[in-house]
Design a protein around this ligand. Sequence first.
Ligand code: PLP
Length: 399
Amino acid sequence: MPGFELFGDAEKKEVQDVLDNGVLMRYGFDGMRNGHWKTRELEEALAKRMQVSHAHVVSSGTTALTTALAVAGIGHGDEVIIPNFTFVATFESIMMTGAIPVMADIDDTLTLDPSAVEAVITEKTKAVMPVHMCGSMADLGALKKICDTHGLLLIEDACQAIGGSYAGKPLGSYGDFGCFSFDYVKTITCGEGGALITNNAEYQTRAHMFTDHGHDHIGNDRGAEAHPFLGYNFRISELNAAVGLAQLRRLDDFISTQKRNYELIRSALTEVDGVSFRRIPETGIPNYSFLNIFLPDEATASRSAIALKEAGVDGCFYWYDNNWHYYRKWGHFQKPESIFPLNSEMIDRIKDRNSNSYPNSDKWMGRNISILIKLSWSEQEVQDRAMKMAEVLSQVLIS
Ligand SMILES: *Cc1c(COP(=O)(O)O)cnc(C)c1O
């Protein structure tokens, strides 16, 4: 998954263009910039690669998610359904607009279980936000049907799955919005950055304004521009966008390397009795950033994670006990624990609409180990690693 492994001449060349003219901002300074508009170029390239009409690049994946909600008019008191296995950014981005995150269970895809989503819909629900965790996608066909029936928006968090597809469409392009992160540990990186994509021209117009203090971007005098509504500063810098531009051009190469490495490890683990694999929804193609396996039960999975670590196999995650990715360690959200006062309705509703026990998700997460797929391994290194993992897991499973 990590684009940080392969930072080279292509990235340096793009950054050098920006350094040469010194225009670090994405808007204005037309005369000084020597024709370099890195953010714009990145947006055009991203829209093309994702087969959508609009892409807007911002400061992070988190701000991309907040922007999607804001431009769709989702805010105070509205509810957004999210999985309880994701990154904390999911609920952070929702609370930022005053809306209420409502957790639902995941299934053996390790993403939102469509029937669990249906069970928590109320008249306050405005959107469903599936998260394509660890390189593979939610059952978008089933979720879209639910959204259409109830008049809800489908906002894809594709931060961890850029380059994958579903029903022949790039992940992120299936729903009303797709959001990507280009932080330092994602498949491609800007250092820090993110993007939202959509086919809705009105959302796109609002997005460029909202993420730049409400600037309408009409005319050549920034100071004279109008501000039709309130905004924030979620801008990316040209330096960061320049890195992303070079990285996006390498995306398909990165994915084919990940695929080779993933398949080598997968075929070695297929031989181990007791190891099974995450379900990938029909028509889905992952981006191969992680290989996700299930062990027969929680105790075996927990022991396997420890055994792999002791054997020196790094990059194997037991998310069930992780502070950042699974609801069991999200006391600060459940409470909620804020350094500034939140409105009391939000506090009550978060407590009321979320549980601190989700046995259906625990059933899958307790048994799961996520294996990070790196780009920089040689074929021999992957083979050795795959053999070692198979050996360690076989031993745990026999004992
Ligand atoms: C990384 C990530 C985000 C947030 O992206 P940042 O660019 O780090 O703000 C959101 N959702 C998921 C699933 C992520 O993995």
